[in-house]
Design a protein around this ligand. Sequence first.
Ligand SMILES: [Zn+2]
Length: 330
Amino acid sequence: MAVTASPQDDSPFFSLLPPEIREMIYQDIWATSGSKQHIYKQNMGKDKKWSHVPCSADYTAGDTRFERFTQSARGSEEEYQWVKRLKSEWCYHWCCEQSTSKWHTTQDPKELQKEGVRQAAPSGFMSLLLVCKRMYREALPSLVASTTFIFTDLFEAHEWLSLYGGNPERLPIRSLEICILTTQLMTELYFPTSEEGEGPNPTFGHSNNNDDSHPGISMDSNPWQRVCDQLALLPNLQNLYIWFHTRDLREWHKRMSETRFFARLFNVTVKDRNKFILALPDLPLKPKRGLPSHHFFENETLEGAPFVVERGPRPNNWRVHLMASGLRGP
Ligand SMILES: [Zn+2]
């Protein structure tokens, strides 16, 4: 593109305005478009195409999905919507997902308005990037440096980082958020096999029962590990927020070895440790946990960690499952 980009000498924007002023104009446009953007792939017929939507989640309000679900009338449309939001892969960003056409294919926008759900305005930064090749080349590094990119899918995060993460001088990625509702398969990969919880797990799918549904997926080779390794290669990170919950009906503290699952995050560098946050579910007191304490991040297991752990409530999957199946108690 550098070869074929026209210098646009006839354009007053490029010939009269100095680069500093052009940068200020770009910054204004990024701010109006939304400095936090969800990046995701959308089905377009047979293909999947990259898409983006500005983030409208207000996390300071907390994750109220489970509470709102329990308050809705049994069998109502409202209850159905809250179940859908509770199961959303976008987790506490469910309101952002509702801004996408992906959600609207099954949801009437008028219903959303009635409920007072905020919808994000379409973002303007693409129109700027499509003006001409010169503007694209000049504005893209500025956009990458000024935006928080949010991912709710590990495959999409991996693919996007493969596209843009390998050129840190030109495209300095500074701020990322990864919000993942992980599968049972992923957490089981890291679950210790023995009572003591020592030793690596065997490669998943290479066991004696000829189960080759997940060939080659192991603790050292899986979508989460690949994203961690890519994060470790980003030299300009200033903000990194990683939020996890699981789809597993069993409780987090019974099936999750945090110290094994998140071990590779120790290789990631963020300039200020307080701006690298690993947000995990609340833990019960020790006797109720399924694993010995060295599997959980607290006190000595956090020594030397480049991140801060922030704990908070998560929806109770088992109760959601029971209640959504019509077994709701009084
Ligand atoms: Zn969001």
